[in-house]
Design a protein around this ligand. Sequence first.
Ligand code: GLN
Length: 381
Amino acid sequence: MNKVFADLPVTVFEAMSQAARDNNAINLGQGFPDDPGPEDIRRAAADATVNGYNQYPSMMGIPELRQAIAAHYGRWHKLSLDPMTEVMVTSGGTEALTASILAVVEPGDEVVVFQPVYDSYLPIIRQAGGIPRLLRLEPPGWRLTEEMLASVFNPKTKAVLFNNPLNPAAVVYPREDLELLARFCQKFDTIAICDEVWEHVIFDGREHIPLITIPGMRDRTIKVGSAGKIFSLTGWKVGFVCAAPPLLRVAAKVHQFLTFTTAPNLQAAVAYGLGKPDQYFHDMRQELARSRDRLTKGLERIGFPVLKSQGTYFLTVDLSPLGLNETDVEFCKRIVSDYKVAAIPVSAFYEQDAVTSVVRFCFSKKDETLDTALERLSDAV
Ligand code: GLN
């Protein structure tokens, strides 16, 4: 069997969701909201289903959605994209990333990856024959540094995978860090695959800056997005790849044999959603920030040191000052079985030199879900 996959554990998100089901626990592990999502967008999907969006759509995505993606990024980021040659719809962000990695990486190529790293990146890089060059971001800031990049970038660096906003650290990167990364990409002729699925889930007036908009990066960045995250409809699995035509063409050749296409009724509904006024997105941020604050305050009251979340559905707590004498994995096992609350151990986002004292909680939940979880955790430390 294929060693890249045969020896892998089941992804931590599925494993913890299964543990939550087995223990009848509140699931603050895998990132998904527990409300049904925007009603008008769900209705748009129902209407599209009834009105005939049910056969194979175009491999690249239905034209309405590709146009809506281009218009959306034009409106939010002044990014000008040709919907027909620079935009592709995929079955979720994970497929978009896989298509992008397989499109770029060839055997022997080096690929720079930052830890904490989302768990789908490394197996796909290895399947392509790429050699991951791992860097380690340090809490609490998780910032990029010149020394760090200089230690791995070299003429063999074919690609860098960069996740911004960063899951699980919940950091939104400032322009300075993006410009630093862009300098290295240009110096070593490196392609950036930028996982920006959390681009709209940012708080406190922060701005998301797509790496593709940094000068010199337009033709060397593959931008990955996700409607599931933008509209809190994570099970829909509608993702996007945006890139200059020479990059997108090859990603499309991979996509045609991964999933070929994506449910057209959902694509039609996402096209409708992306056209919603700016205020909708601002309100969504505000609502999620309120949930973040509710969980943050509740956890702090219990005594957990919370690392403040700038974006994503997640916040992290640092167990090290608590003197619990257990790792993040042990802590997560204990709270799911004894307190009926599931969380994600951040060490799952490392392949080497793991941070083993940080745990991720998902706050994109109803108030009563968060309050019950907090009540259950009240004597966990
Ligand atoms: N991105 C989600 C998270 O971090 C997980 C998605 C998945 O389970 N494939 O929780």
